[in-house]
Design a protein around this ligand. Sequence first.
Ligand code: RIB
Length: 316
Amino acid sequence: MSVVVFGSANMDIIVRSPRFPAAGETIIGSSVHTMPGGKGANQAVAAARLGCRTAFVGRVGADAFGSELRRSLADAGVDVSGLRTDSRSETGIACIVVDDTAENRIIIVAGANDAVGGDDLDWLRIELHRSRILLVQLELRLDLVAEAVRAAAAEDVRVIADPAPAPLEPLPKEFFQPHVVLTPNETEIEALVGYSVATDESACRAAVELTARGTGAVAVKLGARGVCWSTGDVAEIVRPPAVVAVDSVGAGDAVNGALAAALTEDLPFRTAVRWAVAAGALAVTRPGAQPAMPNRQEVLACVSEMDQTTARDSRP
Ligand code: RIB
């Protein structure tokens, strides 16, 4: 396997609503759908859709949602031999509201994701032998994720670490190592550096600051502004193409999965970020998380469009 994901699987219950309700307010939504999600499972699907051999290690409950999540991963070509069905837990659930501007708000009930433990780490260690990239997020216990990052270092496997949801405690030292690529969003990097990244200049400064703390590379997900990346002293923002956004759920996961897939092909980091930006932009044009992940042809076509725009814009 080239990519292994150690992470969460949730069933997303997605409600569309013109806007988010205020505290104590009841408003009328327009639709509700259940769709496969979970940051870990989404990232696995995103990498697999790009043709990357991908394995997933995690847990679902012994219920209908668990079976559906297993099927969704397998249908995308993800190896699910490390996905355990936990008979004592229910499958993780994410309650998601998406408004008319395509923004989302999410509450997660971890369920079986909280039951992931040491024996899953043992399975992960076996997968790491045949992997080039480990993808992690923070919907599993933080100590287990830190242990996974350490195990990857021992196997000389690069790690893409998505510090989401933002942890309540400081990120462990394992995340600030040369083999780690950190991929925070705006809120998460602001928590890490302690200032706003609302301007491009401050986003670049924050990305450089994180690499100075020991992380090998940083790719900050700035939503519609693109991705700001740095592998050292300088940072650059890769802009997304213009798209009509309908649903931003899972867009960050598309970025992580595509970054992983591109890095397994030994592409330069800058090119890998362009794949990631294209995948994120395409994902927001479709509803849901896993169903929205673009395939390889779509991403490559979008990257080539972005290249043409960059060339046109830089003409004197
Ligand atoms: O990143 C989006 C994902 O976050 C959703 O699919 C939801 O399950 C939560 O994990």
